[in-house]
Design a protein around this ligand. Structure first.
Ligand SMILES: [Zn+2]
Length: 300
């Protein structure tokens, strides 16, 4: 099933409004290249216990469309899960778990845990590094500690490095990562993971970037000039901070990377909005289930 343009909520509900529609979609996508038994790799099946299940003719393994995907063992209806994924993928301001919980009639913790699964599926494949003109900079965000209101002295600073493509004066794709410090070792991670070695890279004059120059033939350091030379990058940093403030009020450092993944999954697909839900669902189907136990519940 191909979804060519961004679905309005009405269109979404026409396609995915019932559990049967969602299960049918999952089964179609999961076995689109043909059925292979998860246990014994046999390629023949008969009807399973439930409507969309497939049962292996050799070993008898009865597999539901949700098994071995991130939709496995949900604590709420599959149609709700699809709509939560739709909300997270399409909401302009980001859908936080309080809002999701209210909208879908589930506990906040349940919405938060499901959102974590969605974020898991939004993780970068690291297969498409940034290319051509790329600007890199670092910034900090402060996260108030749990139980405290607003900014306070115990606010923890989290350091982030961001890389953004410049395409004819417009922002292209981008990535960001939480870093421990501003050393070249820490800064180098985003270069190794997300930037092509022949990209034309620009950073400010920070000495931490200097050791990286020899790895990238087209590396330029420019004075920031109070941000004037990195205007577009700074606009994106501001947008990210505003979005982050909207989706969570408290966030543990270990989860910031997940929020970054979510943000840039959407950001890098702004020109392909019509297929964003389809891409997300495909990744959720292809990603092995995360047990609720393995995710520590922490916040909004
Ligand atoms: Zn089998």
């Amino acid at each position: 099933m191909k979804i060519l343009k961004e679905l309005s909520r009405k269109e979404f509900r026409e396609k995915f409004g019932t559990a049967d529609q969602c299960l049918n979609y999952l089964a179609d996508s999961k076995w689109q290249l043909g059925y292979v038994c998860f246990k014994c790799k046999n390629e023949f099946y008969c009807k399973g216990k439930k409507k969309f299940n497939r049962r292996c003719t050799r070993c008898g393994y009865d597999e539901s469309p949700t098994a071995n995907t991130l939709f496995h063992k949900l604590k709420f209806g599959i149609e709700n899960a699809f709509e939560m994924a739709y909300d997270i993928a399409t909401s302009k301001k980001g859908a936080n778990s309080i809002w999701l919980a209210e909208r879908h009639g589930v506990k906040q913790m349940t919405a938060w845990l499901f959102r974590r699964k969605v974020q898991e599926a939004m993780k970068s494949s690291e297969k498409h590094p940034l290319e051509n003109e790329v600007h890199v900079d670092e910034f900090e965000i402060g996260t108030p500690q749990k139980g405290e209101q607003g900014r306070s002295k115990s606010e923890k600073k989290i350091r982030i490095v961001i890389a953004l493509e410049h395409r004819n004066g417009k922002p292209g794709r981008g990535y960001a990562k939480v870093i421990e410090d501003y050393s070249s070792k820490s800064l180098g991670v985003i270069f190794n993971t997300h930037i092509k070695s022949d990209a034309k890279i620009t950073t400010d004059g920070w000495s931490g970037y200097k050791p990286l120059i020899k790895k990238y033939p087209e590396f330029e350091q420019k004075l920031s000039d109070k941000g004037q030379n990195f205007k577009m990058l700074h606009i994106q940093i501001r947008n990210f901070k505003n979005w982050l403030r909207g989706v969570h009020s408290y966030c543990n450092k270990e989860y910031i990377n997940q929020y970054i993944q979510e943000y840039f999954f959407r950001f890098n697909r702004l020109n392909f909005r019509g297929s964003i839900l389809e891409k997300l669902l495909a990744r959720m189907i292809a990603t092995k289930p995360t047990t609720y136990k393995s995710i520590k519940y922490n916040a909004t």
